[in-house]
Ligand binder design. Structure first.
Ligand code: ADP
Length: 278
């Protein structure tokens, strides 16, 4: 039997008394433990299924791509194209699910390094610009920042590229996507902005939820192919680094998505980050 004791100081007729209450919490503890076990097995199941799906999906994708390559005049080329596109989409979804399932049972796999802010920003902006261009969008960067980060640079880059990809998907064509970076108050912020319609107020609190897609995203063909997992993954990555994310709208219109990371003045005092499995 597990008992929870509480002590309370009460005053009665000028005298101070200690009131002790004992509660049997055996049942509550049992339910809590059962819940934790079932959550863990659900996570393990999701991770196992995602992992098992990877191999057959890669096979479908490779074969469809080979077919497309050799059978340009085949009358079923369109179906073959659809198979290839579907397989790519599913592989991406499976990778995203696997990442989130693994992060649920542990923190996400990170390869933490000490990184100098200026160098990191230059490399990051290069990748962001390449992605924006690939998506047919103009890109501008305003970078300023110093100090050191203790991060997995590839993962932080992944989070920023998710934001750039969204800015290209949902922003307006023709207007540039901007990346602003600066250090302030012990933090480095990385802000990706577009000049599209922005995020409707009712969607703002939910955009980081898994599988959440805004109404326009669901109906707009241009952004089709999304899974609603991008921002959930970005936030998981950033929070595993001890940082945070914010979704807002620009005053002049358009979305403004920010990542905040703890930054240290010198290499010696880079904050420790919980860095688990590889
Ligand atoms: P996905 O893009 O696959 O739908 P995300 O998790 O990346 O999933 O984004 C969730 C939702 O947030 C999107 O469906 C969209 O409604 C909204 N959103 C994200 N970025 C922007 C943006 N730059 N402008 C407008 N809406 C956005």
């Amino acid at each position: 039997v597990i008992v929870e004791s509480r002590h309370q100081l009460v005053e009665s007729q000028g005298r101070r008394l200690v009131l002790e209450t004992n509660r049997d919490i055996t049942e509550r503890k049992r339910i809590e433990e059962e819940l934790a076990r079932s959550l863990q097995s659900k996570t393990d199941f999701l991770a196992d299924v995602s992992h098992e799906l990877r191999t057959p999906l890669t096979m479908i994708r490779t074969n469809a791509e080979v077919g497309l390559h050799v059978a340009r005049d085949c009358p079923h080329i369109e179906q073959l194209e659809q198979i290839a596109v579907g397989a790519v989409r599913m592989s991406r979804l499976v990778d995203d699910l696997l990442f989130l399932a693994r992060s649920d049972s542990d923190s996400p796999p990170l390869e933490i390094k000490a990184v100098a802010v200026p160098l990191f920003l230059v490399e990051l902006a290069g990748r962001a610009e390449a992605l924006a261009r690939e998506r047919g969008a103009a890109f501008e960067a305003s970078l300023c920042g110093e100090g050191w980060l203790r991060i997995d640079p590839a993962r932080i880059e992944q989070a920023v590229l998710i934001l750039v990809d969204n800015a290209a998907k949902y922003g307006s064509t023709g207007d540039p996507i901007t990346l602003t970076a600066a250090t302030a108050g012990g933090e480095l912020y990385l802000r990706v902005e577009d000049r599209g319609p922005g995020i409707p107020a009712e969607d703002l609190p939910r955009v980081f939820d898994r599988f959440y897609r805004g109404k326009t995203a669901r109906s707009d063909g241009r952004s089709g192919g999304g899974t609603g997992l991008g921002l959930a993954i970005a936030r998981t990555i950033v929070e595993a680094h001890g940082g945070r994310m914010e979704a807002a709208n620009r005053r002049g219109g358009g979305a403004s998505m920010s990542i905040y990371l703890p930054v240290a003045q010198s290499l010696a005092d880079t904050p420790e980050v919980r860095s688990p499995i590889g």
